[in-house]
Write a protein that binds this ligand. Sequence first.
Ligand SMILES: [Zn+2]
Length: 125
Amino acid sequence: MTTVVRTSTAAEAGQGAPSGAIRTCIGCRQRAAAAELLRVVVAPDAIGKVPRPEDERADIAPGGPAPLPVVPDPRHRAPGRGAWLHRDPECVELAERRRAFARALRVPVALDPSPVREYVAGLTR
Ligand SMILES: [Zn+2]
């Protein structure tokens, strides 16, 4: 006999909730309110430059395309898919080490999160 009482599952599913939205940090994998996390995106001006595999061009560096910069989006304005993480250098490093940026942002190329690292380092100085 099991009686499981579940309340407020709607909050978990609610993507558009302006407050109380819960996101998962891609570094430490802990869930936190969106307001506590930093949104990061692939640099918008770099997205158009993602080389397609069938598009063999001479300016692609040997060993694969150059990594795309990942930039902080503190105002949540950037279009496209974002990833979330704590404003904490440790979380940036963890995310970097487990290649969580590429997975969370769903891009098939290498990413360069140094702009995010620098932003977070500046905040915590
Ligand atoms: Zn974290």
